[in-house]
Ligand binder design. Structure first.
Ligand code: AMP
Length: 424
């Protein structure tokens, strides 16, 4: 099926043609006609499936060209959990609306709010924002009474990050008649509750199995000792000649430590985590995309919203604390139908974490050992040792609280009596 068949207008067809989109992806096939037909949408879709175009193209078509005029009301708002994803959506929309006249702005936390207010005063049609900053702007009087489209992208991530409060505050301020499009990569009870609150008779779109990882991703786990993970990582990058690899750590501290370690090995690497400034993160990401940096180390903050064309490898240096985050991490590769490889470096302490991940994704991840990096399988997790110790421990009642066997009754001598006897 072609994009023409989906009923898109010429300026949009021209723009996506220039971007090299030939065929709509599954989510685009389903979502575009539904949004054009004014339906609310609840879509579970992995990142990398083309979901940005799935909501942005029909919204642009419906908004048509800007009505112009300073201080006009905003017509569409797209909420994103992270600044990086917001900027990415903004850039995608700029590309899609190349042959249209639409004013679009990105409003994220950490930037001068007064400048953002001034930008809005000039007249904006589409706002892409993080929830906290958008709510702040609304509380400062930004007019959202004429919103036609309300998009909640990566709703699951947003809720995990604690943005439910902001969405609950923004939602009642929206006009009664508007379309809401909700996208989530993973489905959870929290997401279901939010959907009940914000959606009216939504069309459900499920382009992939719940919480499943994209089929084109080859997944493997290499068992290794904790102390040798950095060495194995450097070995894999070197021996397999990885040109561009995204490496995830669980914490900022281990990201920093790994960064130093890989630099010692002479690898050109960059780092993105919550303690790095926005400007630094963007610069690092650009250098990574341009190939100046070969290895990008990131914590889960970066696992969503990073869209890097043709990213072939994702390495989980440490498994994520939340199993669902595995789906988001590996979703950085194998995007838009391309092949990708997700490698996890698995130490003994992560034995149970991988089982939880396998339960969430509904498949087994093959575990292998690389020659020269054989793990010491005699190491036991501390809790396993404790568990074993407990199971060897005989129940106290068996040992100590056995009913005493009936003995011939011997009348005890009272202390008083004994004392008397002693004194005697
Ligand atoms: P998204 O899931 O929106 O982050 O998109 C993932 C990547 O796929 C982006 O680089 C898009 O530019 C690209 N993409 C989206 N739709 C298509 C399409 N129909 N054909 C080719 N590439 C696409």
């Amino acid at each position: 099926m072609s994009f023409e068949k989906l009923g898109l207008i010429k300026p949009l067809l021209g723009a996506i043609g220039e971007l090299g989109y030939k065929e709509p992806t599954a989510i685009q096939k389903r979502a575009i006609p539904l949004v054009l037909a004014k339906s609310d949408i609840f879509a579970t879709a992995q990142t990398g499936t083309g979901k940005t175009a799935a909501f942005a193209l029909p919204i642009l078509q419906k908004l048509k060209n800007s009505q112009g005029g300073e201080d006009r009301a905003i017509r569409a708002v797209i909420l994103s959990p992270t600044r990086e994803l917001a900027i990415q959506i903004f850039e995608d929309i700029l590309g899609f609306s190349k042959h249209m006249s639409i004013d679009c702005v990105v409003l994220v936390g950490g930037k001068d709010i007064q400048m953002q207010q001034r930008a809005l005063k000039k007249g904006i049609d589409i706002v892409i924002a993080t929830p906290g900053r958008f709510l702040e702007l609304v509380e400062k009087g930004v007019n959202i009474s004429e919103i036609e489209f309300f998009v909640i992208d990566e709703a699951d991530r947003m809720l995990d990050m604690g943005f439910a409060k902001e969405i609950r505050k923004i939602h009642p301020l929206l006009p009664k008649r508007h379309q809401t499009l909700l996208f989530a990569a993973t489905y959870s009870e929290k997401v279901r509750k939010l959907s009940k609150l914000v959606l009216t008779k939504p069309a459900f779109i499920e382009t992939s199995k719940k919480n499943s990882t994209v089929d084109t991703i080859n997944q493997v786990a290499y068992m290794v000792d904790t102390a040798r993970k950095a060495e194995l990582l450097a070995y894999l990058i070197g021996s397999r000649n990885f040109k561009q690899v995204l490496v995830f750590t669980r914490t900022k501290v281990s990201a920093d430590a790994l960064f130093l370690e890989l630099q010692k090995d002479g690898l050109k690497c960059g780092i993105i985590h919550g303690d790095k400034t926005q400007a630094y993160r963007l610069k690092t990401l650009t250098q990574f995309k341009e190939g100046i940096i070969k290895v990008l180390i990131a914590t889960d903050i970066a696992s969503r919203g990073l869209d890097i064309e043709n990213l072939p490898y994702v390495i989980n240096y440490e498994l994520p604390a939340v199993a669902e985050d595995y789906v988001h991490r590996v979703g950085r590769t194998g995007r838009a139908g391309r092949d990708g490889e997700a490698i996890s470096l698995l130490d003994i302490y992560e034995k149970y974490d991988i089982r939880e991940i396998e339960r969430v994704i509904g498949m087994k991840i093959p575990q292998e050992i690389i020659a020269g990096f054989e793990p010491d399988l005699t190491i036991r997790r501390k809790d396993e040792v404790e568990f074993k110790a407990k199971s060897e421990y005989k129940k106290p009642e068996e040992k100590h609280f056995k009913k005493p066997a009936k003995k011939a009754f011997v009348k005890p001598t009272s202390k008083k009596k004994r004392k008397t006897t002693k004194r005697d």
